[in-house]
Design a protein around this ligand. Structure first.
Ligand code: GDP
Length: 294
């Protein structure tokens, strides 16, 4: 995992140890740009690293460019891409609203439904009372899929027939949750291409109707550069404040996680690390630092 990017960073350290200067950094990034690009790191993020290191190097000169110092600089640059992070229970604990409404957004196949179940499972383990809502009333099998997860993890699912209006259904689910003492509503929405404007507007309607407390974008680490497109479109409409990155257990290159944090400036909440319900890890920038510089 992250092998190529890890190699670039370790080569950076060995190349510039003992002779670091602005020119050395410029040259290194020019020569190795293709490696960054092949690891899915966008041009803007490459530029960010370059400028950040040039800036930091000014403070290093007097101490000499030891490899440990360079590693620290790189760690600082990587960490600087990410926002302060928090989990769903952290955010819920600050809210006075019950049920607390969370809407999951993302295109089909990213692992959205599985992630909703993973989150529900972790909340249940914390003795909280979640209700999952099957608001994807379009895709054949979507309702059954969530219902199946629900029965496996012992969390109730609110659902209606295919074709039901997702916004009205979610509002009904909210009232049902309120009447029955559920604490957190987890709404699984239909996966939609970020290019489909009318479907995105419908999603915005749902968010409005339920007065969502938290919109979470679910992105697939394997999506590569397309993650930027997906995330920035959902960020505009209906908007989100946190992300979850799935499938980081697969052989990922790393760039998509850096790009997501860089372009959205929103914290990543969790990482999906497998297909089991336990495979959801609260995100920490140090997780990326360890994999890139470890
Ligand atoms: P949705 O269409 O976005 O709701 O996606 P699903 O939840 O149906 O997931 C699509 C596929 O991705 C399923 O086979 C899931 O088991 C798989 N999946 C979801 N999250 C992860 C993850 O973190 N790691 C791996 N390896 N597979 C995942």
């Amino acid at each position: 995992m992250f092998d190529r990017l890890k190699k670039v960073f370790s080569d950076f350290i060995s190349t510039v140890t003992g002779k670091i200067s602005e020119k050395d950094i410029e040259e290194f990034f020019k020569e190795r740009e293709i490696d960054f690009i092949e690891a899915d790191v966008s041009i803007d993020v490459i530029e960010y690293f370059k400028q950040k290191l040039i800036e930091e190097v000014k403070n290093v000169k007097s101490n000499g460019a030891k490899s440990e110092t360079l590693k620290e600089l790189l760690a600082k640059a990587i960490t600087g891409i990410f926002q302060e992070t928090e989990t769903l229970p952290d955010i819920y604990s600050r809210s006075s609203r019950k049920p607390f409404v969370t809407v999951f957004l993302g295109i089909n196949g990213t692992g959205k439904t599985t992630t909703v179940a993973k989150v529900a499972y972790s909340l249940k383990k914390m003795k909280l009372k979640p209700l999952m809502v099957a608001a994807d009333t379009y895709r054949t099998g979507a309702i059954e899929q969530l219902t199946e997860h629900g029965s496996r993890i012992g969390v109730e699912v609110y659902s209606k027939k295919y074709g039901a209006d997702p916004a009205a259904l979610s509002r009904e689910a909210y009232e049902y949750a309120q009447a029955n003492g559920y604490e957190i509503l987890l709404i699984d929405t239909a996966g939609r291409m970020q290019t489909n404007e009318s479907l995105l507007n419908e999603l915005a309607k749902l968010v409005n109707v339920v007065k969502s407390d938290l919109n979470v974008f679910v992105g697939d680490a394997l999506a590569g550069y397309d993650m930027i497109n997906q995330a920035t479109t959902f960020l505009q409409n209906p908007g989100f404040s946190h992300s979850i990155v799935t499938k980081v257990d697969a052989e990922v290159k790393g760039g998509s996680i850096l790009n997501l944090a860089f372009y959205t400036k929103k914290p990543i909440m969790y990482l999906g690390t497998g297909q089991n319900y336990e495979d959801l890890t609260p995100f920490k920038p140090s997780w990326v630092v360890e994999r890139l510089l470890g």
